[in-house]
Structure formats: structure tokens, C-alpha cells
Design a protein around this ligand. Structure first.
Ligand code: FA5
Length: 341
């Protein structure tokens, strides 16, 4: 066979194969074209390869080279068609391509916001800031000195029972003795008074931990706001005025606050404070006049200064403000609940 005829035959196969693979719209028709052109037994290329034997000897290198080029072209057309069908469509306009309609109204993305407890904390800081209290911080992992001893809570007091606290397993190794997750923010009273001479006027807000069983008003992790004011001639009347002012500023003027006599080792006298809510009373904190033993433990002179302190449950305040009847709702992380605040 003349070289020109052989090459013509190859060119015809190449363009026919390209047309067939381009037109194939699914894997079945690709397969038909593959067998037709690349089939190992009766494929058109196989047949053309047989013709190579009849090309003049001198033209064989040129004919063989041309044959390989065309074979590569046909295989590339097969591969391109397979890729196109696998990616979901003919001619580039795939079934999965999204149609963008600029006339449709947009979707407003849902913006996150602060958790209701964080919002409450910010607001309480604001209110107390206006009353002249600055914010102090303390660690959530505490030693027994700050959580108990300096607060006049003796070693045999039931509040120190390991079952009433979250002691840390690594605590024995600490130089400060056993460590625990603080059970009250009153720890910060001690830390502040250890560092600052009187007068003192601070609040401290943060998490505290107790192995309480969760119910509608209790949670094992909750937040307290601690208040401490130490100065000359501070009286119980100051404490009651500040707490009433605080409650009405945050909850509105229809809230009633009542004080019940109580006991805390670190205050004397002590009270528990209740707020009115739906024709009922709910306790929101403990308070009292700082016990002279506590003042002495931090190096203050109880003859010179006196003070009041309080510790209030932030969840309870937030719940009354927003009429949340179950504290557990605050910690379920259900966006349908949280986005209301
Ligand atoms: C104390 O923690 C004292 N440290 C308060 C105090 C400070 C008294 C300064 C005197 C001077 P009590 O254990 O009562 O007190 O807790 C105070 C408030 O925290 C409670 O009134 C309640 O509002 C809240 N509270 C207590 N336990 C839980 C709990 N498990 N879940 C949610 N809130 C709680």
C-alpha cells in the first residue's frame, strides 16, 4: 500500500473517532465507539495496523510513527468523552450546574450573638459600675485557703466535704495542698483584700461549680456575682440599699426583695435575699456583714473598718428577667431557644 493511502486511511479513522466520541452522550454510546475504534479484535485501528505490513519497507518508519500518533489521538478522545460524562453533562452545561437567578430575594445569614448569661454579666457590670464598683477577677481552680480557710470555714465544716465539691485528682501534688473548682466567688474577696488595703469596692463575676443535681433552678456549673465593700462605718443598711437598688435596676421597679436571717461562716449577721416572681419568692443570693475573722485573716483591722459582701446567682437573675422557668434551657445550646435573646 502506498504511504499516502495509509495515512489517508488513518486520518479518516481519527476524524471519525473524534466525531463519535464527541457525540456520545452516555457511557453506553462511549462504549460502542470504543469497541468500534479501539476494539482489540475488530476495531478500526486494529484493522489499519494490519495494513502496515503492506506499506513499502522504506516508508514503514513514517507509517508506524503516524499510526502511533493517531492511536494516541483516538485514545485521548475516548478519555475526554469518559471524563465529560462522569462529571455530569454534555458540552460543559452539566445537569448539576446551578442556575443563578439574580432577581430572587437574598437569604439573610443568621448572625450569632452573645449568650444570654454573657449579656446578663455585661449588664450587671454596667449597673454596679454606676454604683462605683470595679471588676476583679479570680481563678476557677482554687486552693482550700481561698475557698474555705480564709473565709472562716473550718476543716470539719460540711461545706468542705469532698462530696460537696469538685476536688481535682492532681491536687495532692500541688504545693498549696488540695485544689478544687471553686464553689463560690467569695474566693475573690480574699484575693482582693490580700492585695489591696481598704477601702475596697469590687464585684467579681464568673463560673462556680458544685456537684448539685440539675433541676429547674440548679445546675452543677453556674455563675455568681460577688460584691464586696469595705470602708469605715459600713452598715447593714448600706448592704440592703445596694441590693435593692441593684435588683430594681436590673429587674424593674415591680420586683420585691426580702431578706431572711441566715448563716454564712464569713459574714455576721448573714441574710438570704429573695426576689418576687410570679406571686412567689425565689432566692437569688446570700449576703451579710464581713465577719471580723475574715478581715483579720487578710490583715485588715476589724476595729477600724467594716464591710458587707454578697454573692448572687446570675442564672436566677437572668431567668426572672426573661421569664425562663428552667435553668437547663440555658445550657442545652438549642439555637431555637438562644436566638430569642
Ligand atoms: C454562697 O455561695 C455565698 N458565697 C454567698 C455569699 C457571699 C454570702 C458573700 C455572704 C457573703 P449560696 O450557696 O446560697 O451562697 O449561693 C448563692 C446563690 O447562688 C444562691 O442564692 C443561688 O441564687 C445561686 N445558686 C446556688 N447553687 C446554685 C446552683 N446549683 N445552680 C444555680 N444557682 C445556684
Amino acid at each position: 500500500m502506498a504511504l499516502a493511502d495509509f495515512i489517508q486511511q488513518l486520518d479518516d479513522i481519527s476524524s471519525a473517532a473524534k466525531a463519535a466520541f464527541d457525540a456520545a452522550a452516555d457511557s453506553d454510546s462511549i462504549d460502542v465507539a470504543r469497541i468500534d475504534f479501539l476494539g482489540a479484535k475488530n476495531g478500526k485501528l486494529k484493522a489499519a495496523q494490519k495494513g502496515l505490513g503492506s506499506v513499502d519497507k522504506a516508508d514503514k518508519p513514517e507509517a508506524g510513527k503516524r499510526f502511533n500518533e493517531v492511536k494516541n489521538q483516538v485514545e485521548a478522545a475516548f478519555q475526554a468523552a469518559s471524563d465529560r460524562v462522569a462529571s455530569g453533562g454534555a458540552g460543559g452545561a452539566g445537569k448539576s450546574a446551578e442556575i443563578f437567578d439574580p432577581t430572587l430575594p437574598g437569604k439573610r445569614p443568621r448572625l450569632g450573638h452573645l449568650h444570654p448569661i454573657t449579656q446578663t454579666i455585661d449588664e450587671l457590670k454596667d449597673i454596679m459600675g454606676r454604683l462605683g464598683f470595679s471588676v476583679a477577677d479570680g481563678p476557677e481552680i482554687e486552693d482550700e485557703r481561698h475557698n474555705f480557710e480564709a473565709l472562716n470555714i473550718p476543716a470539719d465544716h460540711p461545706a468542705r466535704d469532698p462530696l460537696e465539691n469538685f476536688y481535682l485528682a492532681t491536687a495532692q501534688k500541688s504545693q498549696a495542698g488540695p485544689l478544687l473548682l471553686r464553689s463560690q466567688t467569695s474566693t475573690v474577696q480574699i484575693r482582693v483584700m490580700e492585695e489591696t488595703p481598704p477601702p475596697v469596692r469590687i464585684i467579681s463575676l464568673g463560673r462556680v461549680y458544685r456537684p448539685d443535681t440539675a433541676d429547674a433552678t440548679h445546675y452543677p456549673m453556674f455563675h455568681q456575682i460577688e460584691g464586696l465593700l469595705v470602708d469605715t462605718k459600713v452598715t447593714m443598711a448600706d448592704l440592703k440599699s445596694v441590693l435593692r437598688l441593684f435588683a430594681t435596676s436590673y429587674l424593674g421597679h415591680d420586683v420585691h426583695v426580702r431578706f431572711r436571717p441566715s448563716f454564712f461562716p464569713f459574714t455576721e449577721p448573714s441574710v438570704e435575699a429573695d426576689m418576687s416572681w410570679n406571686d412567689n419568692w425565689i432566692e437569688f443570693g446570700g449576703a451579710g456583714m464581713v465577719d471580723p475573722n475574715v478581715l483579720s485573716a487578710v490583715g485588715y483591722d476589724p476595729e477600724e473598718v467594716s464591710g458587707f459582701a454578697f454573692g448572687l446567682g446570675i442564672e436566677r437573675l437572668c431567668m426572672r428577667r426573661h421569664n425562663i422557668t428552667d435553668i437547663r434551657d440555658l445550657y442545652k445550646n438549642d439555637v431555637r431557644f438562644l436566638h430569642q435573646f
